[in-house]
Structures are given as structure tokens and as C-alpha cells.
Design a protein around this ligand. Structure first.
Ligand code: FEO
Length: 399
């Protein structure tokens, strides 16, 4: 007997995914709490598989699906998103499902054929299209760029179940499957949002509006990663809106690194001056933090001040790495930015950060403050003035 864990969501809809307990890096994204790849098998007169899993978990998916129904009975395979953490098992899965029809968005179809070598045809589905698959009905909603061009979600109107693909996911390995079995993983969802979804704020708002407009009112929202939502659906949707609009952002994040301590002294001085003025501040030394955690802090901050030393007339490499990582995630709009830092014989680090801000058209809150060697009294006074100006602008923003 196969005693693998298979969770029933409701009315013959089963979770047949995998938990990746030991994943610590997802294409550069630190995953200290592991991950899961959720796939779902819907029993009925014509069983439906929704999404697959990462390739190393192919055997587990097939064994779980076979425990629910004979694989030859599976008549439909819906691919909501082609990124390999969900489609890696696809080529092997379709070899075991000879009688299934495959559905994807138009771009999903192209992508699957580019990723994998297979002959089977794929039926392209479009937004609003409703299909009766045996005694089950599904409706497709394309969500391009939330978060890939191929992305779509699948809605089951009779069961009120939304298969939301990557949207509302979290990188989290747990033995629990549902959000009423432990504390809801809002913070994990925020880390995921900040590192995966951040560039697509507009698309997220459009998707949330669409869910409202279509009056979907799901009883279950089933993302392809992490905990499945049933009790806290309004909570996660409200948070997504707040993350996408920047309503969640408050206070100042001081993001810095240091070479011989000068930039760290400045970071501390700016921190203390802001706190004295009643501003909420978080201070992170870059090399002590993962990129994933840095992005979570950026998500929740209204102002980001970036401090760098100068090495070989340019930015400190650890700071430069953060700038490159942030460039694609584009957290700039809706936030205010600043630069500060230090140098020895020749400058360049602060200018690099300032140029990066200009090139990205990020709104700068105040001209940078810069120290040669260790900050002296005059420089610390300049840090205090810098903090005063930042605090003043934050106070004005609140009015
Ligand atoms: Fe979880 Fe975009 O893949």
C-alpha cells in the first residue's frame, strides 16, 4: 500500500504535491524554510490534473496521483504556468497520462514546446473561456506578467476553488497544508511577494480587481507554493493589495555595509537621529542579511537609505550586488531613496549609488552625505541634518 500523504481539499479535489524540506536556494532566493510544489488532482467522470511539480519530485507526483485514480483515467492536464518548478515533471507526466488533453495559455504552449521535446498537442485556452470537463466545470483567467507572460489561474465555479498558480504562494515546507492548521503565513507570503512578484504590482492590482469584478468569491485559494488558503483568503488578498499599492510601506530602512567602520558609524548616527525624531527605523548591514530578507524590508519601508564605502573608486561589492538584485525587482516607485557613505583617498561609492538612483528614476529624498575616513564632529552633525530633512519629509507625507 502507498501511504504517502495526500490531502483532500474538498469534494474530490486532492493535493498531490511535494514538500521540498531541504531547499535553501531557489534561483538565488534564500529559502531558509524550504518550499513546496503544489499540484492537484480533481476526481470526477473525467479526472483533471492541475499543474505538475519540480522534476526531482516526478515519481512522487505520479505515485500520489495513482493512489487517487488510475493514471490512464486522467483525461485533462491544466498547466497554469510553465516555470520549471511547476513544469519540470511535465514531460514524464504526459508519458504516463496517454489519454489526457493538455491545456495552457498561448504563451504557455509556446514555452512548453521550447522547454521540452514532445509531440503532444496543447489546447490553447483564453481568459473567460469555460470548459465542461466531464462533470466538472473550469474557467480560465489569464494573468499575464503575474508573474510570467504565460501565467493564468483556473477557477472552478461550482466548487468555488481558485487555482492561483504562483500568486499568493510562499516558500515554506510544512506538514500542514491549510491556513487554519497553524498561524497564517502572511510574512512568508510577503517575502515571496518582495522577491518574486514585486515588479508586477500593476498586474497584481489588475488581477485582484478582476477577481472582484468577476465576483469569484473563492472558498479556497490554492497557490502552487506553500500553505493553501481557506480561512484567511480576505487577509491574503488585502495584504497583496497593500503590498502592490505600497500602502504597507512606512518608516525608514537603512541598508548599508561597511569596510573599516566609517559607513557603519554614519548609519548608526542617522538611525539615532531619526529615532530621536520619532521615525520608525530598521537598520540592516547587507552582509549580515540575505537578499530575500533585504527585499522584504524594502517592501515594508517608505524610505530606503543606502550606505556604501568606496573601494577602488567604486561601490562596495556587497552593496552593488543588492543594487543589481533590486534593479529587476524595481521597488523604487512609491518610495523615497537616499545615499550616504564614506571614502578614503578618492570617492566613487556614493556617486555610484546616486547614479543608480538617477538611472532608475527613483525619487531622491535628500542630497547624499559623505565622509572622508572616520566621520568627525562636523560630519556627524551633517548626518543629523540629513536625518532631520528625512524626518521632515516623512512628516509632510503623513499630512
Ligand atoms: Fe513557482 Fe513562477 O514559478
Amino acid at each position: 500500500m502507498d501511504n504517502r500523504y495526500i490531502a483532500e481539499v474538498k469534494n474530490g479535489i486532492y493535493w498531490v504535491g511535494s514538500v521540498d524540506w531541504n531547499l535553501r536556494d531557489f534561483h538565488g532566493f534564500t529559502t531558509p524554510r524550504g518550499a513546496s510544489y503544489n499540484a492537484f488532482l480533481i476526481k470526477g467522470s473525467e479526472p483533471i490534473l492541475v499543474d505538475t511539480v519540480k522534476r526531482p519530485f516526478t515519481g512522487e507526483l505520479l505515485a500520489k496521483a495513482a493512489a487517487v485514480t488510475d493514471l490512464k483515467n486522467i483525461r485533462h492536464l491544466i498547466i497554469n504556468h510553465i516555470e520549471p518548478d511547476h513544469s519540470g515533471a511535465f514531460p514524464e507526466v504526459i508519458r504516463h497520462l496517454p489519454n489526457c488533453r493538455i491545456y495552457a495559455s498561448e504563451i504557455g504552449k509556446i514555452g512548453l514546446h521550447r522547454y521540452y521535446d514532445f509531440e503532444r498537442d496543447i489546447q490553447v485556452v483564453r481568459s473567460g473561456e469555460t470548459l465542461a470537463l466531464g462533470d466538472r466545470t473550469v474557467r480560465f483567467v489569464e494573468t499575464p506578467m503575474a508573474h510570467w507572460p504565460d501565467s493564468m489561474v483556473t477557477w472552478m465555479p461550482d466548487e468555488k476553488v481558485l487555482f492561483s498558480s504562483d500568486i499568493f504562494g510562499q516558500f515554506l515546507a510544512t506538514s500542514e497544508r491549510f491556513d487554519d492548521e497553524s498561524d497564517p503565513p502572511f510574512l512568508d507570503a510577503a517575502v515571496y511577494y518582495a522577491n518574486i512578484v514585486f515588479p508586477f504590482n500593476r498586474e497584481v492590482i489588475a488581477t485582484l480587481d478582476l477577481v472582484k469584478q468577476l465576483k469569484l468569491n473563492p472558498e479556497y485559494v490554492l497557490p502552487d507554493h506553500g500553505i493553501l488558503w481557506k480561512k484567511h483568503i480576505a487577509g491574503i488578498m488585502d495584504r497583496y493589495r497593500s503590498w502592490a499599492t505600497g500602502a504597507c510601506a512606512e518608516g525608514v530602512l537603512i541598508l548599508y555595509d561597511t569596510m573599516w567602520g566609517s559607513t557603519e558609524i554614519m548609519a548608526g548616527s542617522i538611525h539615532d537621529s531619526l529615532v530621536r525624531r520619532g521615525v520608525t527605523v530598521r537598520k540592516l548591514r547587507i552582509r549580515s542579511s540575505s537578499l530575500s530578507d533585504i527585499m522584504r524590508e524594502v517592501l515594508f519601508s517608505r524610505v530606503v537609505l543606502i550606505g556604501t564605502p568606496t573601494i577602488n573608486n567604486t561601490v562596495f561589492p556587497a552593496v552593488g550586488q543588492v543594487l543589481i538584485y533590486m534593479q529587476g525587482l524595481d521597488p523604487g516607485p512609491g518610495r523615497l531613496w537616499g545615499a550616504f557613505g564614506s571614502y578614503g583617498w578618492g570617492g566613487g561609492g556614493v556617486e555610484y549609488v546616486s547614479r543608480w538612483l538617477r538611472q532608475n528614476r527613483y525619487e531622491v529624498i535628500h542630497a547624499p552625505v559623505e565622509s572622508q575616513f572616520t566621520p568627525n564632529k562636523a560630519l556627524l552633525a551633517a548626518c543629523d541634518e540629513y536625518a532631520e530633512a528625512v524626518a521632515g519629509k516623512i512628516a509632510n507625507m503623513k499630512q
